[in-house]
Design a protein around this ligand. Structure first.
Ligand code: ADP
Length: 416
């Protein structure tokens, strides 16, 4: 526009209708005002027709005459002012200045209205998001609620497996829970079985005592010898009852998960000699040869009392379930990490189907024989627990009628 003003000589003659209407149009479009100032700083055109004939010697106008055009924003007045030079036709010097002032109120109003709309939109979006979140969480929580209900039911004794296959997470929770439940069920069953076995075992001697006592009482004038014999039998049954109770107590103590071993440096050779010395009279009764083979001196970190009990049970069984004039061989060997105790006998052997069960509580291959020899069916269970506590292992090789071999492996150094 300023170029057009220069070209048409508007600074000298402001009568050009076309230019005037163009200036008015421009100022209308931008809701503003256009003023044209000539070289003498006189306002020769004002689209508001207020300041025509007056002079404008503002800093912006002076600067513009020097060739520095510029624009300025007056925030408070919500106005923007652009000052442009009008060059002479040769584009050499500034002949006049065009000042265009435009109100930014429209823009400000527009911005305000945008802000308002954005605010409303924000609230709408927030409400929508809240609804979506509420429904999504309800959807997610529903299967979890089902799992919780099922678990709660199980907690009150209804030990049923939980199946909520609604999503992968609940599936995983259910699987983990079912595994634990199955383990608990197995434990519960074995506990029940143990309790029923214990009751049965404890009842047997008492029943015998009762039978003996009743038969004595039912006899009138029984001879004193019979009394003696029956009372001695009763005493034997009482001994048996206390053996069972003692073994049970040993097992229960070993079963405690926080059971601590009294570990010390022990010469295994000496320990085995001591065990064999104690059992020799039992072996001699049936002319069973009892031999100890030590391949090297072994010192290990063990609980001497408990491990001696474990080995005693093995050697005692080897004597008890042996044939008359048989043999029992105990050997000791070691490598860098472990020591090995082998108890071999020439006895009856253990049938294959019974081999995996002999370490169970109260299991006996031949009940009558075990009872005859004073067995409680707890000896090997005690041995197994002691070896487990020492982080060791026990293995059994046997053939019915050809004898048995129990091999025990225990680490030389105990790691708690
Ligand atoms: P028990 O007190 O009856 O001896 P154990 O737990 O020590 O109980 O042994 C369980 C069963 O394993 C025994 O009743 C016996 O039938 C069998 N058994 C254990 N050791 C031997 C062995 N060396 N030879 C043959 N049978 C054995």
């Amino acid at each position: 526009m300023s170029k057009q003003l220069a070209k048409t000589g508007y600074l000298d003659d402001q009568s050009a209708v076309g230019i005037n209407s163009e200036l008015s149009l421009l100022s209308d479009i931008y809701d503003g005002r256009i003023m044209v100032v000539d070289k003498t700083f006189e306002i020769i055109k004002d689209t508001y027709s207020i300041d025509e004939g007056k002079f404008n010697v503002s800093e912006g106008v002076i600067k513009c005459f020097k060739g520095e055009s510029g624009s300025e924003y007056f925030e408070r007045a919500q106005r923007i002012q652009i000052i442009l030079p009008i060059y002479d036709t040769g584009l050499a010097q500034v002949d006049g200045v065009m000042i265009m002032t435009s109100s930014t109120r429209v823009i400000a109003d527009m911005v305000d209205s945008y802000y308002e709309t954005a605010g409303i939109m924000n609230i709408v979006i927030l409400i929508c998001a809240a609804f979506v979140a509420f429904f999504a969480s309800a959807l997610l929580v529903h299967p979890l609620k089902k799992v919780t209900e099922a678990i709660n039911k199980a907690a009150f004794g209804d030990m049923e497996l939980v199946e909520v296959r609604d999503c992968r997470e609940t599936e995983k929770i259910c699987d983990a829970y079912n595994q634990t439940l199955t383990r608990l069920k197995t434990l519960d069953e074995s506990r029940q079985e143990f309790v029923s076995n214990v009751s049965h075992e404890l009842k047997t001697p008492i029943t015998s005592i009762r039978v003996l006592a009743d038969s004595l009482m039912s006899m009138e004038e029984a001879p004193i010898e019979l009394y003696r014999e029956f009372l001695s039998d009763i005493s034997d049954e009482i001994d048996r009852e206390s053996t069972i109770i003692e073994d049970l107590l040993t097992l229960v103590r070993l079963d405690k998960s926080n059971m601590e071993l009294k570990v010390g440096q022990v010469s295994i050779n000496e320990m085995l000699e001591m065990v064999l010395k104690r059992l020799r009279p039992l072996a001699q009764k049936r002319n069973i040869e009892l031999v100890l083979e030590s391949f090297r001196p072994v010192v290990a970190e063990i609980d001497e009392v408990k491990l001696a009990l474990a080995v005693t049970n093995l050697v005692e069984n080897a004597i008890k379930y042996n044939v008359d004039d048989g043999w029992v061989r105990v050997s000791l060997n070691a490598d860098h990490n472990f020591f090995y105790v082998k108890v071999q006998d020439s006895g009856l052997g253990i049938p294959e189907e019974a081999q995996s069960k002999v370490f169970e509580r109260f299991y006996r291959v031949d009940k009558a024989r075990s009872r005859e020899t004073g067995g409680t069916g707890l000896g090997l269970a005690i041995t197994y627990s002691v070896i487990q506590l020492h982080h060791g292992a026990i293995k059994l090789y046997s053939k019915e009628g050809e004898g048995s071999t129990f091999t025990v492996r225990i680490p030389l150094i105990y790691i708690a």
